[in-house]
Ligand binder design. Structure first.
Ligand SMILES: Nc1ncnc2c1ncn2[C@@H]1O[C@H](COP(=O)(O)OP(=O)(O)OP(=O)(O)O)[C@@H](O)[C@H]1O
Ligand SMILES: [Mg+2]
Length: 523
């Protein structure tokens, strides 16, 4: 371990720990008339929002509305072009992430930024490692003692020496909260923390947020899940196209009011469309696929043009099953494609065989952050095109990307912009474009609407409808049961790594799936 211990003067007594943060005076944190553009494109235009202590203040808005940018400006990551950031009446100038943190401001970002190879403990204290008795040494014992205290405050039960990479996403979010506390921050912003979490995991996070609210922390939150927005928020601000549209108190808010403010018009509530059930030739078949303890004895089929859902809690093995089909992890048992065994599976062979996989964690598995949008979209077809003959011309590649991006309505600064400059939801749409372009026979989508706004969800459902109608066999994993109800022809409930039930057609209801995924009522 080669971490240099630097101990800023102000962190003499880590043991005093938690209540340090509480000792910071409760404080109001404001953005006043903030304008921010990226290369001419406005991300925020004259936006004023005040975050009050003892309140959870939520930002809502469509993908690209400017929510993350506002929080990043307030956390010192971006400099505003105009306007002021005011902390308890004092205007802050030239805020940096470091100076923001020293003033008690902490942003839990949209894409996880923990250092995967460092332990939970090290992640907790990065930047404020308590010094040991000798110079350049670290007092691990003291760290573990304090860590235990911070972890228990956020209900995190882990071995502090575990590397961050082995923690679940839910645990990583809680670790971020613990980290904010360890850094004595009392203004905490959460940028879509719940989008990768199940409802149950989100509840754990909400319990922590409510405790912090009790302690007069100043809390900001972003989410596309409107039910939870209504449940947790004291105040809601809606942004649209870089402007503030409206601010409402929780008492005066409703789903419809938020949605119409977000999109500028009303959106009808979703209904499950009635679908004809017809028997189609099987395209994908699993026979006894196993990789204990993650999953065992998984057998099911997906027919041509069929949308089959995998329902289950996070940790039930759904993602592992998808990864095994695609060849990302080993497994026993058989996968058949069009009735023929598909052996020696690997991601490359899968793509060549017409299988695609949109992973749940776009931060790690799919997005090339520093690469331009065009290439991110064409990435999966380039190997095929190259095999087909002479080199792909840049103009052709660009045109192909442009058409694919239009199909999923990606909004980006330009086709040449790096993926990192797209909003989170637009990155997700771009990944969809990539896989659609590949014209697969089987498409596996893992949490396809994570982090996309209500309007874009509708788009993605439409795309899934379209691609299944074109004959592609779709396997879809989602933690949003509502979405499975809406989209799937058949749903397989997975409990503790095993399929426990199969529900077909109009029998797919929220209630039925809800009881199946917790292991009740298995047939
Ligand atoms: N680093 C950057 N460079 C260029 N443009 C950027 C950058 N960051 C954000 N943008 C642009 O600013 C706009 C607002 O993006 P922002 O990330 O704030 O949206 P958001 O409301 O958080 O959306 P989402 O719900 O999709 O996360 C978008 O048009 C985005 O493309
Ligand atoms: Mg965002």
């Amino acid at each position: 371990m080669t971490l240099t211990a630097r101990r800023p003067k102000s962190h003499g007594a880590l043991e005093a720990s938690l209540d340090d943060a509480a000792q910071r005076p409760a404080v109001r944190y404001e953005a006043r008339h903030i304008t921010k553009a990226f290369g001419g494109a406005l991300a925020l235009s004259d936006v004023s929002v005040a975050f009050e202590p003892g309140e959870i203040h939520t930002l809502c808005g469509e993908n690209g509305a400017g929510k993350s940018t506002l929080l990043k400006v307030m956390a010192g990551i971006h400099q505003p072009d105009d306007g002021e950031i005011v902390l308890g009446g004092e205007t802050l100038h030239a805020l940096t992430p470091r100076s923001a943190q020293l003033r008690g401001i902490y942003l839990v970002p949209q894409e996880p930024t923990l250092m995967a190879n460092l332990s939970a403990l090290e992640n907790l204290f990065v930047g404020i490692l308590p010094r040991g008795r000798l110079r350049f040494t670290v007092d691990w014992k003291q760290m573990e003692r304090s860590a235990g205290e911070f972890f228990s405050q956020v209900g995190l039960e882990i071995d502090p020496r575990e590397p961050a990479s082995t923690l679940s996403i839910a645990q990583q979010q809680l670790l971020e909260c613990a980290r904010a506390l360890a850094h004595r921050c009392n203004i905490i912003f959460f940028d879509e923390p719940t989008s990768p979490l199940t409802a149950r995991e989100a509840d754990v996070l909400f319990a922590v947020m409510r405790q912090l609210r009790e302690r007069q922390f100043t809390l900001g939150f972003i989410s596309h899940r409107l039910d939870e927005v209504l449940e947790i928020s004291d105040r809601i601000t809606v942004l649209r196209d870089s402007r503030l549209v409206t601010e409402m108190t929780a008492a005066g808010a409703s789903r419809d009011a938020i949605v119409s403010a977000m999109v500028g018009h009303d959106i009808a509530q979703r209904q499950r469309p009635h679908r004809e059930i017809s028997t189609q030739p099987t395209v994908l078949e699993l026979r006894g696929l196993s990789h204990p303890p993650e999953f065992s004895d998984v057998s099911f089929t997906v027919g041509r043009g069929e949308v089959v859902g995998l329902a289950g809690l996070v940790g039930s093995g759904r993602t592992e099953i998808a990864e095994a089909i695609f060849g990302l992890r080993p497994s026993q048992g058989t996968v058949l494609l069009d009735g023929k065994p598909f052996a020696h599976r690997s991601p490359h062979r899968s793509v060549v065989a017409g299988l695609i996989y949109l992973p749940e964690d776009r931060g790690h598995n799919g997005v090339f952050a520093n690469v331009q949008l065009t290439r991110n979209i064409t990435a999966a077809v380039i190997p095929k095109l190259q095999r087909a003959g002479p080199l792909l011309l840049p103009a052709e590649e660009r045109e192909m990307a442009e058409r694919a991006a239009e199909r999923t309505r990606v909004v980006a600064p330009s086709l040449e912009a790096p993926m990192s400059s797209l909003s989170g939801g637009n990155q997700q749409r771009a990944m969809f474009s990539r896989w659609l372009l590949a014209q697969p026979r089987v498409a596996i989508f893992d949490e396809p609407t994570r982090g996309v706004d209500v309007g874009a969800k509708e788009d993605i459902y439409k795309i899934i409808d379209e691609i299944s109608a074109s004959g592609i066999a779709v396997l879809m994993i989602s933690s949003e049961l509502e979405e499975l109800v809406f989209v799937c022809d058949r749903v397989i409930a997975i409990y503790e790594g095993r399929p426990v039930a199969e529900v077909v057609g109009d029998e797919i209801t929220l209630e039925r799936l809800g009881t199946l995924i917790v292991g009740e009522q298995a047939k």
